[in-house]
Design a protein around this ligand. Structure first.
Ligand code: TYM
Length: 334
């Protein structure tokens, strides 16, 4: 984060749960890199959010470090952008409590992600799962964030964060910046390879997603088996041809070629050709990033030191907002 000329502030977060997949990479990380120069950025590894579903402790620890390495491998610069772990900055949990007192049960009950996750984890519908969006609002509002780049699945949470900020400010003026979501249309929703009517998701089967660390043969195999449809026309039509449209979208983002052009070029060539090109484009895009990732994972001391330093930078910024909120609320500060 630049010390000299303040830029608008960008915040985003990714959970270190399950496999980081192609949806997370092209829906989030890759966009972060494209925006890094224009903003003062914070990229969080939101480990407290991951606790809303049961995690195996050793896996959570490993995935946290891996996610730090992925952020850096994706090209983000941890000497500029603040890449840090949410649980290292206690102000997140503190502000979340305050914001809980400014959020209504009815609002949280309407969150589609809560409803989906509650259905999936019926044996563990905990209060954290319910108040998850409040912690997310705290993440964003702590840093006076201007813009929050995310995939389409987070839109409702961003809207809630805005509502909470406005509600708080209406009673205690001037504490929070009201953030804007940024959801690039082309990468907003990468769909599952096996069920293209559903988004690609960390908690689904391995074959439904391309994992960040999949090898080229694995990527080729999964894309070859991706569900398409029974006619053979290569055409972008999300409603009637979700599988083909998903592959076209992925190929377009990875290669930089427009969807229309791809359709013209591949006319009459069949789904085999589309799958082959898509697989090769994904392999080519991920290969250099994966190589940097593996190199970074060999230097755990560097990753640990980076997370430590960046947590301190984040704490300083977070404390300013928290202090302001405490003061306005009338919490006695000796
Ligand atoms: P998470 O960890 O599920 O996903 C991380 C980012 O990846 C995007 N994403 C996708 N984009 C396109 N296609 C998909 N199939 C796809 N799946 C996931 C997500 O939209 C997200 O941008 N609640 C957040 C993490 C979070 C956060 C925040 C984000 C916590 N606090 C503050 C922004 C700001 C989440 O679970 O993301």
């Amino acid at each position: 984060m630049s010390q000299t000329e303040p830029k608008p502030i960008l915040f985003s977060g990714i959970q270190p749960s399950g496999h980081i997949h192609l949806g997370n990479y092209i829906g989030a990380m890759r966009n972060f890199k494209l925006l890094e120069d224009q903003y003062d950025c914070l990229f969080s590894i939101v480990d407290l959010h991951a606790l809303t579903v049961r995690q195996e402790p050793a896996s959570l620890r490993r995935q946290t470090l891996e996610l730090a390495a992925m952020y850096i491998a994706a090209g983000l610069n941890p000497a500029e952008s603040i890449i840090y772990c949410q649980s290292h900055v206690p102000q997140h949990a503190e502000l979340a409590w305050i914001l809980n007192c400014f959020t209504y049960m009815g609002e949280l009950s309407r969150m589609t992600q809560f409803k989906d996750k509650a259905k999936k984890h019926q044996d563990n519908i905990n209060a954290g799962l319910f108040t998850y969006p409040v912690l997310m609002a705290a993440d964003i509002l702590l840093y006076q964030t201007d813009v929050v780049p995310v995939g389409a699945d987070q839109k409702q949470h961003i809207e809630l964060a805005r509502d909470i900020a406005q509600r708080f400010n209406a009673i205690h003026p001037g504490v929070f910046k009201v953030p804007e979501g940024y959801i690039p249309r082309q990468t907003a929703k990468i769909m599952s390879l096996t069920e293209p009517g559903k988004k690609m998701s960390k908690s689904d089967s391995d074959d439904s997603m391309i994992s960040f660390t999949d090898t080229p043969p694995e990527i080729r195999r999964k894309i070859k088996r991706a569900v398409t449809d029974s006619d053979a026309e290569i055409r972008f039509d999300r409603r009637n041809k979700p599988g083909v449209s998903n592959l076209l979208g992925i190929l377009s983002v990875c290669s930089g070629e427009k969807v229309d052009k791809i359709c013209q070029r591949l006319e009459g060539k069949g789904y085999g050709a589309l799958k082959e090109e898509t697989a090769e484009a994904v392999v080519a895009m991920l290969a250099p990033v994966q190589e940097r990732f593996h190199t970074l994972m060999e230097d755990k001391a560097y990753l640990a030191e980076t997370l430590r330093n960046n947590a301190q930078r984040a704490q300083k910024l977070a404390q300013r907002t928290l202090q302001k909120a405490y003061k306005k609320l009338g919490l006695y500060q000796p």
